[in-house]
Design a protein around this ligand. Structure first.
Ligand code: FAD
Length: 304
């Protein structure tokens, strides 16, 4: 039986495990893949106090730091179910069950992908998912934002201040973003918005993106844009499918609902990072949230 069991080995899970272990309590960490989304990131320029690092390097640092403490690390395993009796029980897909006095959910999220030819090939070579992270790499260049919801239009406004030109492509005939954002985007001289546009292919020269192909859904015509970057903003999907039956409250998007202390609706269960309702999904934010969740779990343990 663990005092604190952490699910997830990204920035949130690693921070939670370190904070818990430093209290001298029995801590376990289960992760399908240590490092999480950080492993898919090339350049990181907003990890404060480290002007530049790369995903795999930061992920190795997370793992090394967790290993400094006596954390029981189980990788290559996925949680399949969470339930609560006297203790919190986590069933793994392998069939094993782990028990803990408190649980920290830090299973992160994944960007919804376009699923068109070229997207996978040019991922991190022009195809990007995080404007806060990768926007500055496209300074002075032309980019597209795919998706006309709030995140897409926010991204377009954000990028318009950095890049030469932004084209927003929305599949539907209208933008789903809030009117105030749409108005702001339309007021910018270097932002074009195209609706009824179905992105069909990411084009490149073999080493990086140089364009995008889309179909005009009204005329049926195939069109192309010349550009250096494509920001895919069609949704962030929390890795919380395994919690659907747990009774832990999720939003309709699947985010774990947490309070300011990281507490979920289930006693003794806390959550942190991209899997939760935390505003803004970033490495530094996830780490802070992981620390909060661990301190709250410890507080729960000394009171129960
Ligand atoms: P994640 O990093 O998603 O980690 C989730 C962990 O949970 C993983 O270990 C995963 O294997 C595990 N897991 C998932 N499901 C299960 C399960 N059922 N059972 C067991 N384990 C499970 N942020 C920045 O601040 N700066 C950047 O430059 C930056 N660039 C980015 C670039 C890309 C391409 C991407 C995709 C994201 C980027 N981000 C960046 C965002 C940042 O990576 C995330 O905000 C951060 O990793 C979230 O941390 P997390 O620990 O909550 O989740």
């Amino acid at each position: 039986t663990y005092d604190v069991l952490v699910l997830g080995g990204g920035p949130a899970g690693a921070a939670a495990a370190i904070y818990a272990a430093r209290k001298g309590i029995r801590t376990g960490l289960v992760a399908e893949r240590f490092g999480g989304q950080v492993m898919d990131t090339v350049g990181i320029e907003n990890f404060i106090s480290v002007p530049y690092t790369e995903g795999p390097k930061l992920a190795a640092g997370l793992e090394q730091h967790v290993k400094e403490y006596g954390v029981d690390i189980i990788t290559g395993q996925r949680a399949a179910q969470v339930s609560r009796g006297d203790l919190v029980e986590v069933a793994l897909e392998s069939g094993a069950t782990l028990k803990a006095r408190s649980l920290i959910l830090a299973t992160g999220a994944r960007w919804r992908e376009l699923g068109v030819p070229g997207e996978a090939q040019y991922r991190t070579k022009g195809v990007a998912y995080c404007p806060h992270c990768d926007g500055p790499f496209f300074k002075g260049k032309k980019v597209a934002v795919i998706g006309g919801g709030n995140s897409g239009i926010e991204a377009a406004i954000d990028l318009a201040g950095i890049v030469e030109h932004v084209t927003v492509l929305e599949f539907a005939d209208t933008l789903r973003a809030d009117e105030v954002l749409v108005k702001k985007a339309r007021s910018l001289g270097n932002v074009d918005i195209i609706t009824n546009a179905q992105t069909t292919e990411v084009l490149g020269d073999g080493s990086k993106v140089n364009g995008l192909a889309y179909k005009d859904r009204v005329s049926g015509k195939d069109k192309q844009l010349e550009l250096a970057g494509i920001f895919v903003q069609i949704g962030l999907v929390p890795n919380t499918e395994f919690l659907k039956e747990s009774g832990i409250e999720l939003t309709r998007f699947g985010e774990v609902i947490i309070d300011a202390k990281g507490a979920t609706s289930m006693a003794g269960v806390f959550a942190a990072g991209d899997a939760t309702t935390v505003p803004y999904k970033q490495i530094v934010i996830s780490m802070g949230a992981g620390a909060t969740a661990a301190l709250s779990a410890f507080d729960h343990l000394i009171r129960s």
